[in-house]
Unconditional design. Structure first.
Length: 474
C-alpha cells in the first residue's frame, strides 16, 4: 500500500496480539481489530505496558501498517520503529492506539504540500495555465478563468476563423472584395484569386477535422498584398496583450516570409488609423504548420472614436515591391486575450452563419455568387391596377442599416432607391422590365426592408421576382 501521510485513528483501542519478530511487511494478528480503520494506514503501539498495566518503555515499539482482514500488516519499508521507537521482537504484546507525534507531523507535512504556513493554497492556476489546459494539479480560481468566462471575445474574436461560411460564392474572387464571410482581400496592385479549398476527409495534419481552408493564390505579387479580417469596435483588446494563432502552408513571397499585423481604424470622424503591418514574420512550407504571434494592441486612450470603428488583423506580403508569385493556404485562425495560443474551438455551422449574417446576407442560394440571369425567388403576386407592398425580414438583425443591391433576370442596380424589378405575365410568359418600382431609403433598417412600387402595375396579374443582398460590413 502507498505511504499515507494522513492516517486515521481509533480512540480507546487496546487489545493483545500474537508473538512476532522483526522485519518489514510483518503480519500481526491482534485479538480484536474491531473499529480500526481499513481505508488508510494507522499507527499502533506495542508493549507500552505489559498485561498487568506496568509500563515497559524499553520494549515499546510503534508500527505503521494497514488493517486487512483480521490482521495488521506493517509497511514494506519505514513502518517499524516509527516515532523514535526501536524495532524489536514482541511476545504476546499489548497493542494500543496512542496519539503520537509521527501521525501529527505527517499530517502537517501533507497539508504543507499544497498550502503555506498561513494556510493559503500554493499551487494556484494562472490564466496561462487555464489557457494551455496541460496542468491538472493546480487549483483554478475565479480570477484565472475570468478572462474567458466574462467575455467570449477573449476566447475567440475572429468570426469564421474555420472558413466554413462562404455566402458570396466559393471561388473567383479577384478584386478588392470579400471572399469567405468576414474575410476581405486587398490587392494593392497584385493579381490574385481567392477560393475555398476542401480538406481530405480524415486528414490529421490540421486538428479538429476542419472541412475547408482559404487559398490566396497570388500570381503577381505587390507591396502589401493581403487578406484581412475586421473585428467590430476599435476598443477590442485596446492596451491588452493578445495572441494570434493559425495553421498555414504554401509558398513565400519574394521577401521569403509572410507577415501578420494589425490596424486600428477609428471610424467615421475618428482619429487617424494606427497600424503595424509587420508585427511578426512566418516562413511557409509545403506542409501545414501552426503559427503564433503575440503582441500588445495599442491603447486608444486620448483617441476619438467614430461610427463603424474596428480592429483589423491581416496576413500580407512585406512592404517590398517583389512581383514573385506566392500562395497562402490558411486554416483555423484565432485571436485571443493573453500570451498563450488557446486550443482552437470550432463553432457550429449555425452559430457561425448567424454571426456572419450580422454583416452580410442575401436571397441567393448559399455559395452562389450574386449575378444577373440567375433564377430569382418570387416575392409576391399582385393584380392589375394595384400597388403592392412587400416586407422582407432579415435572418438576423444586421450591424447597421445595410446597403442594398438587387438583381433580376436582366438588370442589376445598386442602391435601394433605384430598384428595377421584373414583372412576368402569366398569360404570355415573358418578362417586362419596369422602372416604376422605386423604394425609398426609409423603407429599410437593421431588421429588414420593404419593396414598394411608386406606381400601379399594368400588364395583368403579375409575379414580382428578384434577388437581393444586404451589406453591413465595416
Amino acid at each position: 500500500m502507498a505511504t499515507n501521510l494522513f492516517r486515521k485513528t481509533q480512540s480507546l483501542y487496546a487489545s493483545t496480539a500474537n508473538t512476532f519478530s522483526t522485519g518489514d511487511s510483518e503480519t500481526i494478528t491482534p485479538a480484536s481489530v474491531s473499529g480500526l480503520p481499513t481505508d488508510t494506514e494507522m499507527t499502533l503501539t506495542f508493549d507500552r505496558v505489559d498485561s498487568s498495566g506496568t509500563e515497559t518503555p524499553t520494549k515499546m515499539e510503534r508500527i505503521i501498517g494497514v488493517v486487512t482482514g483480521g490482521n495488521f500488516v506493517s509497511r514494506v519499508t519505514t513502518g517499524r520503529g516509527a516515532d523514535g521507537s526501536t524495532e524489536q521482537a514482541h511476545t504476546s504484546p499489548v497493542v494500543e492506539y496512542i496519539p503520537n507525534a509521527k501521525d501529527m507531523d505527517d499530517a502537517v507535512d501533507g497539508i504543507l504540500v499544497e498550502h503555506t504556513q498561513a494556510g493559503l493554497h500554493k499551487n494556484i492556476a494562472t490564466a496561462s495555465d487555464v489557457a494551455t489546459a496541460t496542468n491538472n494539479t493546480k487549483i483554478v480560481t475565479p480570477l484565472a478563468v475570468a478572462p474567458y468566462a466574462n467575455n467570449s471575445l477573449n476566447r475567440q474574436a475572429i468570426i469564421n476563423g474555420n472558413f466554413d461560411i462562404w455566402q458570396r460564392g466559393t471561388s473567383g474572387f479577384t478584386a478588392d472584395e470579400y471572399t469567405a464571410d468576414r474575410w476581405i482581400q486587398g490587392l494593392s496592385g497584385a493579381s490574385m484569386t481567392t477560393s475555398r479549398q476542401a480538406f481530405t476527409v480524415g486528414q490529421t495534419d490540421v486538428p479538429n477535422n476542419p472541412n475547408y481552408y482559404l487559398r490566396m493564390n497570388v500570381t503577381t505579387g505587390a507591396d502589401m498584398a493581403r487578406i484581412m479580417h475586421k473585428i467590430e469596435g476599435v476598443e477590442k483588446f485596446s492596451g491588452q496583450e493578445v495572441t494570434l494563432s493559425f495553421w498555414a502552408k504554401g509558398t513565400n513571397p519574394g521577401g521569403g516570409v509572410i507577415y501578420t499585423g494589425y490596424l486600428q481604424a477609428f471610424g467615421s470622424g475618428g482619429s487617424a488609423a494606427v497600424e503595424d503591418y509587420e508585427v511578426d514574420s512566418h516562413t511557409l512550407t509545403s506542409s501545414w504548420q501552426k503559427f503564433t504571434s503575440t503582441f500588445t494592441v495599442p491603447s486608444i486612450s486620448g483617441k476619438t472614436v467614430g461610427a463603424s470603428s474596428y480592429l483589423q488583423i491581416h496576413f500580407n506580403q512585406a512592404s517590398d515591391t517583389s512581383a514573385d508569385a506566392w500562395v497562402l493556404d490558411l486554416s483555423q485562425v484565432q485571436l485571443c486575450a493573453g500570451s498563450v495560443a488557446l486550443p482552437f474551438q470550432p463553432k457550429s455551422y449555425g452559430e457561425e452563419l448567424a454571426a456572419c449574417e450580422r454583416y452580410y446576407q442575401s436571397s441567393f442560394d448559399y455559395g452562389v455568387t450574386p449575378a444577373i440571369n440567375l433564377d430569382t425567388p418570387q416575392i409576391s403576386s399582385v393584380a392589375t391596377g394595384t400597388i403592392g407592398t412587400f416586407p422582407i425580414k432579415f435572418s438576423v438583425r444586421m450591424r447597421t442599416t445595410p446597403t442594398m443591391t438587387t438583381w433580376n433576370k436582366n438588370v442589376s442596380t445598386t442602391g435601394i432607391s433605384s430598384l428595377a424589378w421584373t414583372e412576368i405575365n402569366d398569360a404570355f410568359n415573358f418578362a417586362l422590365e419596369r422602372t416604376d418600382g422605386n423604394i425609398s431609403t426609409n423603407h429599410k433598417n437593421t431588421t429588414g426592408f420593404t419593396l414598394k412600387p411608386s406606381g400601379v402595375l399594368s400588364a395583368g396579374y403579375s409575379k414580382i421576382k428578384l434577388n437581393w443582398q444586404a451589406d453591413a460590413e465595416l
